[in-house]
Design a protein around this ligand. Structure first.
Ligand code: ADP
Length: 340
């Protein structure tokens, strides 16, 4: 559906490329997330999809069509109609009504007045803004503004929706609402979504696959579940750990010298593993934090534990080895900031 082939973008005067030989394949129906800190090159990469940014080398394929400077103006126009885009700061026209904002994209594609009059209310209803046609953007909340932007992006029934930090300016509750709306619209309209964000919470809820970017390069691609359960790249491990540590209180680190994280593999339940370890080795396993969350409908359980009543180091190693047979086990390091 959407393929990046060795895409590089080098801005003049910059020491290193903003996007460095990126190859990715996004399948039809994916909700594909590109993760990474600010400055990693995510926006620049996504802007190559509709040639808002021309790659220095490499190319993008959209539905089997090569996107490059050789496209005629007409081809580029019809390509852009296939691709909707939403942004962090909504990019609405302030002094135009909600109706006019959404109608803008329909006019651009040459729709006649009757089509526009019929379609704009349908689009607004689809994003939960029925009856808001004559309101002006400054009197809308952030979430409502993003809904208008989504209606505008969908005006020409695109196959692909590009989202550039589309929830980053919203509070957590509104973020959840917009995530739910995007999920619903994706299903209803058979959209393929490419979403860039630095928000791990959004990644977990929305994406089926992720790519992680660092300094212009893709350093890891995985299913979202695997990324959160077992990140492979050092940078991915750092980010996921950092994200988990943020959920633990600081006091824990001063009270407990050795903390371990166990992540259960899908087919194991914690209680039996924990109970058996305590029984077999006659130690105490203290549960200090953790939760089970659902990523793409699959449970991902994560516990933070310490080992008490353990007389010697050799026994501790045995306990750890036992736990590691049926869980992913890592010793936690006291938190330090993830570097971009
Ligand atoms: P992200 O979306 O991950 O925050 P960007 O793609 O916006 O990252 O930026 C990647 C790098 O490219 C940054 O170092 C940024 O300063 C640089 N950059 C982005 N756009 C331009 C531009 N038009 N001219 C020069 N440098 C740019």
């Amino acid at each position: 559906m959407l393929e990046f082939h060795d895409v590089t973008v080098q801005f003049p005067g910059q020491a290193t490329p903003a996007v460095d030989r990126v190859s990715l394949k996004i399948e039809r129906g994916d909700c594909y997330g590109i993760l990474g800190q600010s400055g990693a090159g995510k926006s620049t990469l996504v802007r190559t999809v509709n040639l808002l940014q021309v790659p220095t080398s490499g190319y993008v394929m959209v539905s089997g069509q090569k996107v490059d400077g050789a496209l005629s103006k007409g081809d580029l126009r019809s390509l852009r109609l296939k691709i909707g885009m939403i942004f962090q700061h909504f990019n609405l026209i302030k002094n135009a009504s909600v109706f006019e904002n959404v109608a803008f994209n329909l006019k651009a594609s040459g729709a006649d007045r009757a089509t526009i009059e019929a379609k704009v209310p349908q689009l607004l209803a689809a994003v939960g803004l029925k009856g808001k046609e004559q309101v002006y953007p400054p009197s809308l909340s952030g979430g409502q503004k993003q809904r208008v932007a989504i209606a505008r992006a969908l005006a020409n029934d695109p196959e692909i929706l590009l989202c550039d930090e589309a929830t980053s300016a919203l509070d957590p509750d509104t973020t959840s609402e917009i995530v739910a709306l995007l999920k619903q619209l994706k299903e209803e309209r058979n959209l393929t979504v490419l979403f860039i964000t630095h928000q791990m919470e959004v990644a977990k809820k929305l994406f089926n696959k992720v790519a992680l970017m660092q300094r212009g390069k893709v350093v890891e691609t995985a299913s979202t579940y695997d990324f959160f359960a077992r990140p492979q790249s050092p940078y991915g491990q750092l980010l996921v750990k950092q994200y988990q540590h943020d959920l633990l209180p600081d006091e824990l680190w001063s009270n407990e010298p050795e903390l371990y994280e166990i992540i259960y593999k899908l087919d194991h339940a914690f209680d039996s593993v924990m109970a058996e370890a305590m029984h077999r080795f006659e130690v105490d396993l203290n549960i200090l934090g953790g939760r089970v969350e659902y990523i793409g409908g699959k449970p991902l359980g994560r516990l933070i534990i310490s080992i008490a009543r353990c007389p010697n180091a050799a026994l501790k190693q045995e306990v750890l080895a036992f736990l590691a047979q049926s869980t992913y086990l890592t010793k936690l390091e006291a938190p330090k900031d993830a570097e971009a």
